[in-house]
Design a protein around this ligand. Structure first.
Ligand code: G6P
Length: 365
């Protein structure tokens, strides 16, 4: 009903809009006062040499973002796999491996099977779930709830940003345990994370502008999403969102991989959505955009003021995000990616909350 949708037209719209609040709640659950209530009591990251992270769909992209965090902040190697592959390829699980499973529902059959596989190999099993009474939660040694509240829209939105938030906290904890982050640096990172809900509120103000671009995007047959570093998995998530609810073919690529194939698709009918906060690699992203423009491609750049200035003229459209710690940008930039997919679906008239052929929770193989 309208009431359940909080006055929004769709659950997805409500779930996108409530992210600043939901994220703030999740943060206050894990963070007390200035410091950090250890999100995972009893977990000591000096006991592990590597991690495997396994999930499906959007949760898998949250894992890929987190890989960048765990590796760069905590210096721990992370392998990420989709559950349907992981469970059958007999991956070796050496001692001192932490196995981490991410699932909104906690009931995804492949993810649960992957968890049981790791348990069979005597790995420590931690899960990041939304539903705390789920099978995956029940079978884990330690459960970290994302506290996103019920997510009704089939396309995951707030669960994704809450998964990222909890995974970032866990990466900070890992970095601290492993002596890579002193108390002062930890505090600075946490302070940056605490800013995200406020920045999301600012980003929400771009909704009308995004709706206008989404209208043109909805006329495309193919769309490319590009990102670098931790924004690469977000490019894949942006493409997934668009596919799921608007049925437009979309691919997410690492910006540097453009020249190794996808550039062959580029012409004036293909929107290329570049999601890039101004970071130390931004000039490389600018040259990727120039390669697209030189072939007549339409670049939609989602960046901050500094990035827009550095990119110069030539973009088809620019959407401005507030400035953010580049490491945390995937959480903030998830919002425009979700809004773009949502408004493209509205323009096409598809069933946003119940897209064809998809299920909220895939409990059978
Ligand atoms: C389904 C949903 C996706 C979700 C995936 C994993 O395919 O449609 O939105 O990302 O399952 O679900 P989980 O509950 O394990 O996060």
């Amino acid at each position: 009903s309208q009431v359940e949708k909080g006055g929004h037209r769709h659950f997805m719209a409500k779930e996108i809009a409530e992210q600043p609040i939901v994220l703030g709640d999740a943060l206050s659950h894990y963070l007390r006062g200035e410091g950090m209530e250890m999100p995972a009591p009893g977990l000591d990251f000096t006991e592990f040499d590597r991690m495997v992270m396994v999930a499906c769909g959007t949760a898998n992209y949250a894992c890929v973002v987190a890989k960048y965090w765990f590796e760069s902040l905590a210096g721990i190697s992370v392998e990420v796999d989709i559950a349907s592959e992981f469970r059958y390829r007999e991956p070796p699980i050496p001692p001192r491996t932490l196995a981490l499973f991410v699932s909104q529902s906690g009931e995804t059959a492949d993810t649960l099977a992957a968890l049981r596989y790791c348990e069979g190999k005597a790995a420590r099993v931690v899960s990041v779930v939304n539903v705390s009474e789920s099978s995956i939660a029940r079978e884990s040694d330690l459960v970290l709830p994302i506290r996103a509240g019920a997510e009704i829209g089939v396309a995951s939105t707030k669960a994704f940003t809450c998964q990222l938030t909890v995974l970032f906290l866990l990466a900070l904890m890992a970095a601290h345990d492993r002596g890579r982050l002193d108390a002062e640096e930890l505090e600075a990172r946490i302070a940056a994370l605490r800013q995200i809900p406020g920045l999301m509120n600012i980003a929400m103000a771009s909704s009308d502008e995004i709706a206008a671009v989404a209208k043109s995007v909805s006329e495309a047959r193919d769309v490319l999403f590009l990102g670098r570093g931790a924004m690469f998995p977000l490019a894949m998530e942006g493409a997934l969102k668009l596919k799921e609810i608007s049925y437009i073919h979309a691919e997410g690529y690492a910006s540097g991989e453009l020249k190794h194939g996808p550039i062959a698709l580029v012409d004036k009918t293909v929107p290329v959505i570049v999601m890039a906060p101004s970071d130390h690699l931004f000039d490389k992203t600018v040259s990727n955009m120039q390669e697209v423009m030189a072939r007549g491609g339409k670049v939609l750049l989602i960046t901050d003021v500094k990035g827009a200035r550095a990119a110069g003229d030539g973009c088809w459209k620019t959407i401005l995000m507030p400035e953010v710690d580049p490491l945390l940008a995937p959480i903030l930039y998830a919002l425009p990616a979700q809004l773009l997919a949502y408004h493209a679906a509205i323009a096409k008239g598809t069933d946003v909350d119940q897209p064809r052929n998809l299920a909220k929770s895939v409990t059978v193989e």
